[in-house]
Design a binder for this molecule. Structure first.
Ligand code: PLP
Length: 386
């Protein structure tokens, strides 16, 4: 009954974890969930108020498909100020979260059989979206500290390679690609006439004081073939508002707008007004959230360092630790999936197994959770591994 396209779709790997969590919760067992990929903070009030204003003032209808001009202008200003990226507002599209935008980009750029290079560990949505769009994801496996290099990409090039996907800082590893390496990757992309999709959604959530480098800022040649993807979900704790954006060459953005016009139309008018307030008025809240994330990260670095059977690279960005449990796998728990299931059943702690990121032997722990939960989480891990 279902199409071939859908038969290829791997269901979200966190679904079985979620089912198990719910099962335990219905039995009345409290679960500490460090598996989530969203900030645990409330959306800053100033942003929510702008949404409420939009509703109360009747700003509740369709807008231009690509987003209201004020918002696209504000995004252009922000990209220029924060990332040295110069885009006109017609080179920017706002949509229903960066996830939906990414899918539209793959639909717009992948002909059947076109290959997209994706470094692993990776957020598995990329792989599924590429397949759905008719492309072929080619994984580029990385070793700790999981920093993508041009050399690794080059090894995986073929005549069919069309796109390089970058995600820096990365979900799930938190790794950031440094400027020198981005320059090499840009050279490679230009030399082989490839597109680059640069998912920069965790760009503000970084723990070094150095400025963020977007590959698109490294010269006109690379900018012409790059689509920068970003959004409001992570930086402004706005996951439920469903709003993200892309910036890139006008022809591509205009194609994305035609596509979006036939699929979702604009994103919510209310979310657009809220996002405008996020850009203009919520710098302080972002700094506060980042300070809290940084303190949690420090705490976890200290605690994980004491657990000699585990190994990890300190995340440079995002809010995840990607921890190796290879030394702990045994007959009882032969895979990271089994190990994480055991941790959930015995200690009632949920983390996501590496299999969900194409990298067995690890788990991803999110520190988008309170200190109380993180402390309980560490205690549970200690008990589980003795
Ligand atoms: N990109 C990465 C790497 C993510 O981890 C996520 C969410 O988990 C997204 C994009 C999607 O974010 P949204 O659709 O909420 O903008």
């Amino acid at each position: 009954m279902l199409t071939e396209r859908l038969k290829q779709l791997t269901p979200s790997p966190t679904v079985s974890l979620d089912t198990k969590i719910k099962e335990l919760q219905t039995k009345g067992i409290p679960i500490i969930n460090l598996g989530l990929g969203e900030p645990d903070f409330a959306t800053p009030k100033i942003i929510s108020d702008a949404g409420i204003d939009a509703i109360e003032s009747g700003f509740t209808h369709y807008t231009t498909v690509a987003g209201i001009p004020e918002l696209r202008n504000a995004i252009a200003t922000e990209l220029q100020k924060e990332n040295g990226l110069k885009y006109n507002s017609d080179e920017i599209i706002v949509g229903v979260g960066s996830k939906a935008i990414l899918y539209n980009i793959f639909l717009a750029l992948c002909n059947p059989g076109d290959e997209v290079l994706v470094a692993t560990p990776t957020w598995n949505t990329y792989l599924e979206q590429i397949k759905l769009a008719g492309g072929i994801p080619v994984t580029v496996p990385l070793a700790p500290p999981f920093k993508l290099t041009a050399a690794e990409l080059e090894k995986n090039l073929s005549k069919k390679t069309k796109i390089i996907l970058l995600n820096s800082p990365s979900n799930p590893t938190g790794a950031v690609i440094e400027r020198e390496e981005l320059e090499q990757i840009a050279r490679l992309a230009v030399k082989h006439n490839l597109y680059v999709i640069s998912d920069e959604i965790y760009e503000r959530l970084r723990y070094a004081k150095t400025p963020y480098i977007s590959i698109a800022s490294l010269g006109e040649e690379i900018k012409k073939r790059t689509i920068v993807v970003n959004g409001f979900s992570k930086t402004y704790a706005m996951t439920g508002w469903r709003i993200g954006f892309a910036a890139g060459p006008k022809e591509i953005i205009s194609a994305l707008s035609s596509l979006q016009g036939q699929i979702t139309s604009c994103t919510s008018s209310i979310a657009q007004k809220a996002a405008l307030a996020a850009l203009k008025e919520s710098k302080e809240s972002v700094t506060e959230m980042l300070t809290e994330f940084a303190a949690r990260r420090e705490y976890l670095i200290r605690e994980f360092s004491k657990l000699k059977k585990l190994s990890f690279s300190a995340p440079e960005g995002a809010f995840y630790f990607f921890v190796s449990i290879k030394k702990l796998l045994s007959e009882k728990y032969p895979t990271s999936e089994a190990w994480c299931s055991g941790l959930l059943e015995k200690e009632h702690l949920a983390v996501v197994p590496g299999e969900a990121f194409e990298s067995p032997g690890y788990f991803r722990l999110s520190f988008a959770a309170s200190f109380t939960d993180l402390k309980k989480g560490i205690e549970s891990i200690k008990k589980f591994i003795v």
